[in-house]
Design a protein around this ligand. Structure first.
Ligand SMILES: [Zn+2]
Length: 477
C-alpha cells in the first residue's frame, strides 16, 4: 500500500501545474462566494446577530460542499456559535492537513467612516472592501478554492484534508476546549494550515511564527446615585470621568510602555537569533508607520531600545477600546454618576494570561481615587501567546510553496494579533506544525473601517495552498 500510495502521490506532484491552471476559473466562483459571505452580518459579539452567524455558517457549509468537500456539516459544542467542518480523506498514506478559517466578523465600527457600506462588497483599485473581506471570509473561501482547483483538474488531492471554519473567533473562541474535546476524531491531523494571518506587505508573503495572546476587562467607577449639577456640586463631589482618567493614565509610563506592577515580569526575552531576525527588518519601520496611517508629527510608543517589531510581536500591549462618560453632543453641565472603560490586553510570549489579568486588576483597584465604587468584569477569555520554531519539513514545504506562488521569498514574521485556536489545537494533536498564512496585508484595516482584501494576493494565496498540498505530500512520501 505504501508503495502504490507513493507512486500515486509523486504522479500528482508532477501535475501540480494542472491544478494551478484551474485556479483562474475557480476564482470566478470564489469571488461570487466571497461577495455573498461579506453580505452576511455574522458579528459574533452581537447577541442580536445570532441568526446572521447561523446564516453565514449555512452559506459556508453549502460552499464547501459545492467545492467538493465531503461530510460537510455545522457543528457546535457546549452552546457555541456554529462551526463548519468537512473533509476529503481519499489519499491513503499521505498526511492529513487541517484547513482553518473563521466565518464570524468584528462589528463594523463607525459606519459613517466607511467609504462604502460595510456589508456591501465593493471593488476599488484591485481591492475588495467590506467587513470580513480579509478577516477571515477570504481565508475560508481560499481553502475551498484550493481544494476545488485540484478536484476540477481531474485529480485527487495530494493530501487528506479536513476543514474547520469557526464561528466565534472574534470573541476569543470561548468554547474551543469543549469543541476540540468533542470533535477530536473528526479533526485529527498531521499539520494545521491557517488562512487567518497576514502577508508582510502586498506582493510579499508572510509566514507567521508568533502570535500574541489576548484578554480584556471592563472597568466601571461609580461615585453617585445619579448625575448632579456641576455648579452646585463641582469642586466637592468627585467626577467619575476624572477618576477613570487617573486610573487609565497610570497604566502607561511617559514613553507609552506598560507601567502595571509586575505585569511584564514573565515576558520571554527573545533569543539572539530572534533579535537578529528582528533587526534585519529594521529598515521597514517607515513603511509600518505609513501602513498604520500615523500622522507626521506623532511618534511611536514603547521601549526605543528594541525594534518596533519586538514591541508589536513580543511585548504585551494595553489598549482602551471603549470609554463611557457622556457624549459631547448633548452634554449639559452635570457630573455624571459613573464612568467606564474597556481595556483590551495583548499578551506577550511567556506571559501567564491569568496572572497578567490578576496583576492588571490589582493595579487598577489600588489606584481608584476618592473611594469610588469599582467594578471589574472580564469580557474576553484570557488566552496565552503562541510561538513556534519555523523549521522542519512542513515549514520548508510552505516556504517553497509561497516562493513559487508569489515569486519572492516569504518573510518569517510575528503578528501582534491573537488567534486563540492555534496553540490548543496544535497541542491537542501532539504539537503538530502550525502553518499560518493569510489573505490580509498591513493596509487591510483588519477590525477597522474600510477593511479590504488585495484580490491579486488572494489569488496567490490560493495558488500557495494548491502548491503546499503537493509539497506536504511529497515531503512525507
Ligand atoms: Zn481573523
Amino acid at each position: 500500500m505504501a508503495r502504490s500510495a507513493t507512486i500515486e502521490r509523486s504522479a500528482q506532484m508532477t501535475d501540480v501545474e494542472a491544478a494551478v491552471a484551474r485556479i483562474d476559473d475557480v476564482m470566478l466562483d470564489a469571488r461570487r462566494d466571497l461577495d455573498a459571505l461579506v453580505r452576511i452580518e455574522s458579528i459574533s459579539a452581537s447577541p442580536e446577530r445570532v441568526d446572521d452567524v447561523e446564516a453565514s455558517a449555512q452559506a459556508t457549509s453549502a460552499m464547501l460542499s459545492r467545492y467538493g468537500l465531503e461530510n460537510v456539516r455545522i457543528a457546535s459544542a457546549d452552546g457555541s456559535l456554529p462551526y463548519v467542518i468537512g473533509e476529503w480523506m481519499h489519499a491513503p498514506g499521505a498526511p492529513t492537513v487541517l484547513l482553518y478559517a473563521h466565518h464570524d466578523v468584528q462589528p463594523p465600527g463607525v459606519v459613517e467612516r466607511w467609504s462604502s457600506p460595510p456589508f456591501e462588497p465593493v471593488e476599488r483599485g484591485g481591492r475588495l472592501y467590506g467587513r470580513g473581506s480579509a478577516d477571515d471570509k477570504a481565508g475560508a473561501v481560499a481553502h475551498a478554492a484550493a481544494v476545488a482547483a485540484w478536484l476540477r483538474s481531474g485529480q485527487a488531492l495530494p493530501c487528506n484534508v479536513r476543514v474547520l471554519v469557526e464561528g466565534e473567533e472574534e470573541i476569543s473562541s470561548p468554547h474551543l476546549a469543549a469543541f476540540l474535546a468533542q470533535y477530536a476524531d473528526e479533526l485529527r491531523s498531521d499539520v494545521l494550515l491557517l488562512a487567518d494571518a497576514e502577508n508582510w506587505r502586498v506582493g510579499v508573503p508572510g509566514l507567521t511564527y508568533s502570535l500574541r495572546g489576548i484578554g480584556g476587562i471592563d472597568v466601571r467607577l461609580r461615585a453617585l446615585d445619579g448625575p448632579v449639577h456641576s455648579g452646585m456640586a463641582g469642586g466637592a463631589v468627585p467626577d467619575p470621568v476624572m477618576a477613570l482618567a487617573k486610573v487609565l493614565a497610570s497604566l502607561n509610563d511617559d514613553r507609552g510602555s506598560i507601567a502595571v506592577d509586575g505585569f511584564c515580569d514573565d515576558v520571554s526575552t527573545p533569543s539572539p537569533a530572534e533579535r537578529d531576525a528582528l533587526a534585519a527588518l529594521a529598515g521597514e519601520e517607515e513603511e509600518f508607520r505609513r501602513a498604520m496611517g500615523v500622522r507626521p508629527g506623532v511618534s511611536l510608543v514603547g521601549d526605543p531600545a528594541v525594534t518596533v517589531w519586538e514591541r508589536l510581536w513580543l511585548r504585551p500591549a494595553l489598549t482602551i477600546t471603549g470609554i463611557d462618560g457622556h457624549p459631547i453632543d448633548g452634554a449639559s453641565n452635570q457630573i455624571v454618576a459613573a464612568a467606564g472603560a474597556r481595556i483590551s490586553v495583548r499578551m506577550a510570549p511567556g506571559q501567564d494570561p491569568h496572572r497578567a489579568m490578576q496583576r492588571l486588576r490589582a493595579h487598577i483597584e489600588a489606584r481608584v481615587p476618592w473611594g469610588l465604587e469599582c467594578e471589574i468584569t472580564e469580557f474576553a477569555t484570557p488566552a496565552p501567546a503562541w510561538q513556534c520554531t519555523p523549521e522542519g519539513w512542513a515549514f520548508d514545504a510552505t516556504k517553497r510553496a509561497l516562493r513559487a506562488a508569489f515569486g519572492t521569498e516569504p518573510v518569517v514574521m510575528g503578528v501582534g494579533g491573537s488567534i486563540p485556536f492555534v496553540g490548543p489545537f496544535a497541542d491537542a494533536f501532539g504539537g503538530i506544525p502550525a502553518l499560518l498564512l493569510g489573505p490580509g496585508d498591513p493596509t487591510s484595516a483588519i477590525h477597522g473601517e474600510d477593511e479590504s482584501l488585495h484580490l491579486g494576493d488572494w489569488r496567490k494565496l490560493v495558488e500557495a495552498e494548491v502548491r503546499l498540498l503537493a509539497e506536504l505530500s511529497a515531503a512525507r512520501s
